[in-house]
Design a protein around this ligand. Structure first.
Ligand SMILES: [Fe+2]
Length: 345
């Protein structure tokens, strides 16, 4: 039977759901194949899930691709961040319900890795960087937690920390945040305050824990002590903050205008491997980049020497330089320092 996506608000009692729905603790509360009734529809809405897959028997439902579904939810979440930050900067209390809805909706898509990796680099609206960045960091941190085999409670904290990591920026003057080009020293000192301000703001929210608070406070700390606000080193930096740091930098690099023109994920991977060695947690960055790179297995590429081929193997010791199959020959880019991937086709 064909599976289609519908908005939960268009779901009617009698429709059959075509996916497992999880609650906030990761337990299945509605199993694939269950016939929906009013109560179950309400439960799904409460979980912050706005679109679900259902089996099509009538032929009168809207068909949406997986990516379209992901994008629709992504945009709703960006709006949530925008509203939350707006409220905080106007001195209002945080809308905890809205925040919980957004984090639940991010968690509900935990198995759609490929859409996350593909979509985050495309979803950029001018002037919305802070909001899209918050969602992207939250999604990427969630994937990282999944690859580190985190339990659901820890994953939820990670998603919330990613979502809130830059909330302190709502108290940093807009002129500084939006200033093009390099910041003056005093301006940079102002920006640096967002970690402590974010921590202080989050302390007053309901449902926070140490993982979330330390993630916000320490996400600019660096392994070698070169970060801020305290210059903490290595193990003294909370793991949530070390994960957010990797997601934060990856997202900033993929959204950089230099890469926007001809975004090649392997350039970003190479740059992160080289430039952040000893600065970001080595174990986290390797797991992260290896997994990100694995989504490109099977993709066709054009090499800098003009040859075309398919990515057939990711070298775990040199992630940015995979093995390419071109015709009948195999090109190991880790052994060919002069050739690199020029673009994905
Ligand atoms: Fe930050």
């Amino acid at each position: 039977m064909k599976k289609v996506f519908v908005s939960i608000f268009e779901c009617k009692p009698g429709m059959r759901i075509a996916e497992d729905i999880f609650n906030e603790y990761g337990a299945i509360i509605i199993a694939d194949g269950t016939v929906l009734d009013d109560y179950l529809i309400e439960r799904i809405i409460d979980l912050g899930i706005h679109r679900v897959r259902i089996y099509d028997t009538e032929g009168n439902v809207i068909e949406v691709s997986n990516s379209e579904l992901f994008r629709a939810q992504y945009n709703e979440n960006v709006n949530s961040v925008k509203n939350i930050l707006h409220d905080i900067s106007n001195g209002k209390k945080i809308d905890t319900e809205r925040m919980n809805h957004a984090t639940r909706s991010i968690l509900s898509r935990i198995n759609e890795n490929r859409d996350i990796v593909n979509c985050i680099s495309e979803m950029r609206a001018a002037g919305e960087y802070l909001y899209t960045h918050s969602i992207n960091v939250s999604l990427l941190s969630m994937l990282m937690g999944k690859w580190l085999k985190y339990d659901f409670g820890k994953l939820r904290s990670l998603v919330t920390a990613g979502f809130l990591h830059d909330i302190g920026k709502c108290k940093v003057p807009q002129e500084i945040l939006n200033k093009p080009g390099k910041l003056e020293e005093e301006e940079f000192e102002e920006v640096k305050k967002h970690c402590v301000i974010g921590y202080q703001l989050a302390e007053s929210f309901d449902g926070m824990n140490e993982d979330i608070l330390k993630g916000i406070l320490q996400h600019h700390e660096r392994e070698d002590g070169s970060g801020y606000p305290f210059g903490l080193k290595g193990d003294r930096i909370h793991e949530t903050a070390r994960i957010i740091a990797v997601a934060d930098i990856y997202d900033a690099m993929t959204s950089n205008t230099y890469y926007r023109e001809r975004f090649c994920p392997f350039d970003v991977i190479e740059c992160m491997e080289k430039d952040y060695f000893g600065i970001l947690d080595h174990r986290i960055i390797s797991i992260f980049l290896r997994n990100i790179a694995s989504y490109y297995l099977g993709e066709m590429v054009r090499l800098s020497n003009g040859e075309m081929g398919e990515i057939v193997h990711i070298n775990p010791f040199n992630i940015a330089r995979p093995i390419i199959k071109s015709g009948i020959k195999y090109i190991d880019l880790s052994a060919e320092s002069k050739v690199k991937i020029a673009e994905l086709l």
